[in-house]
Design a protein around this ligand. Structure first.
Ligand SMILES: [Fe+2]
Length: 389
């Protein structure tokens, strides 16, 4: 999806026989491709067959929950600090919001996970605090606070949190997460004027080849979880190339666009996906017209539910609402939202904002999980009216 990359030993020509380095037979070439092999793909060269299945078992999915319609319709403030902690980065997720297109979870992981492959769609993980080693068939990379990590569907990987753990917002798409097409040239290069470039993307830079052993791989499909027992460890790729691989982009490398008056959310867009967009709000100078209203005007995003994860800094527009770092606000379609009372006046003389936030807009209504309702601030819906009716 980002751009062509080549790691490790890759033969000069594709789809020809390639001998193993020790001359003990041939490597196993795997074409991993999207869109029926008519879109982005990579070619991976395994030491062993990636198809050697030894066993398969159904696994009960702790995250398999139902979402209730958001009725009666009110804006929500979810407090992630009140959610369960512990477990690994996949099975330890707490589902909060979901619809046919996307699942939104929070995870505070402290345990290394097993090998995992999501066959439904790409996963976009925003690392809030802590960090982890992310290993995959493509190699390993360290991720840390502020990183967006995109893991393409079908990538076999595992998360090992650092000693301080990993706290992250997890967005599971039902298709592929891409960059906004308007940022890209006809041939896929980031254009001048895009808020980040190829240099800001990090990806595995050397192969990861572990000792061969039989190992389990947790596979998520629309039907649930299955644990495949694979005869050979999937981290046996001596080289790969292509445009499909996991990568990280730090929100701190997002270069904000500012104007004389308030700029609309699309200037903050970072990713696009099936019926969703993701935007980054980062520290920046405020609008510089002498009479500029520096916090967002009231707005009705009529086609979207709007989810914002508040990662750091101050949030001028949400003053006195209880929202702070670690909060998630959910402003659904059908509700006109804007700055909390007093925000416009308070921001009048401010020169810049230090806010750091991730926004997810979905194009279909989101349901709430029981866990989300449990950590919702009951007073938040009434903060614009300065208190409960
Ligand atoms: Fe909004």
């Amino acid at each position: 999806m980002p751009y062509y990359r080549r790691v490790g030993d890759v033969p000069a020509k594709r789809h020809l026989r390639v001998r193993r380095p020790d001359n003990s037979g041939y490597l196993f070439e795997e074409l991993m491709g999207e869109g029926g092999f008519s879109s982005d793909s990579s070619l991976l060269y395994h030491r062993h067959s990636p198809s050697a299945l030894a066993a398969a078992e159904a696994v009960s999915d702790p995250a398999a929950i139902t979402f209730e319609a958001d009725v009666p319709l009110v804006p929500r403030h979810l407090r992630t600090g009140k959610l369960p902690t512990g477990g690994d980065t996949v099975l330890g997720r707490t589902r909060l919001l979901g619809n046919e297109d996307v699942l939104v979870s929070w995870v505070a992981a402290d345990t290394a996970g097993e090998l995992y492959r999501n066959a439904i769609g790409d996963e976009l993980v925003y690392v809030h605090e802590g960090g982890a080693l992310l290993e995959s068939s493509f190699g390993a990379m360290d991720v840390t606070g502020g990183d967006y990590v995109v893991i393409p569907a079908g990538t076999t990987h595992r998360w090992t949190p650092n000693s301080g753990g990993l706290r992250a917002l997890v967005i599971e798409a039902t298709g592929h997460v891409t960059f906004p097409p308007r940022y890209l040239s006809d041939t896929g290069q980031f254009k001048e004027g895009a808020p980040f470039s190829e240099r800001d993307l990090r990806a595995p830079h050397e192969p990861l080849v572990l000792e061969d052993e039989e190992v389990g791989v947790l596979v998520r499909t629309r039907s649930g979880l299955t644990r495949h027992r694979q005869r050979h460890h999937p981290f046996d790729v001596v080289g790969w190339d292509g445009c499909l691989y996991p990568f990280a982009l730090s929100i701190h490398d997002f270069e904000p666009l500012v104007g004389a008056i308030h700029q609309p959310p699309p200037v903050h867009q970072t990713f696009a996906g099936p019926n969703l967009v993701v935007c980054s709000f980062v520290p920046r100078p405020y609008d510089f017209h002498p009479e500029a209203v520096k916090v967002p005007y009231h707005h009705a995003n009529v086609d979207s539910d709007e989810v914002i994860f508040y990662a750091g800094g101050d949030f001028m527009s949400r003053a006195d609402s209880g929202v702070g770092p670690g909060s998630i606000s959910v402003h659904p379609a059908g509700f006109v939202h804007g700055p909390q009372p007093g925000s416009v006046e308070r921001a009048a003389d401010a020169k810049r904002t230090e806010e750091l936030a991730v926004m997810l807009d979905t194009f279909r209504p989101l349901g709430l999980s029981a866990a989300a309702r449990q950590v919702a601030d009951d007073d938040y819906p009434w903060t614009w009216a300065r208190g409960r009716p």
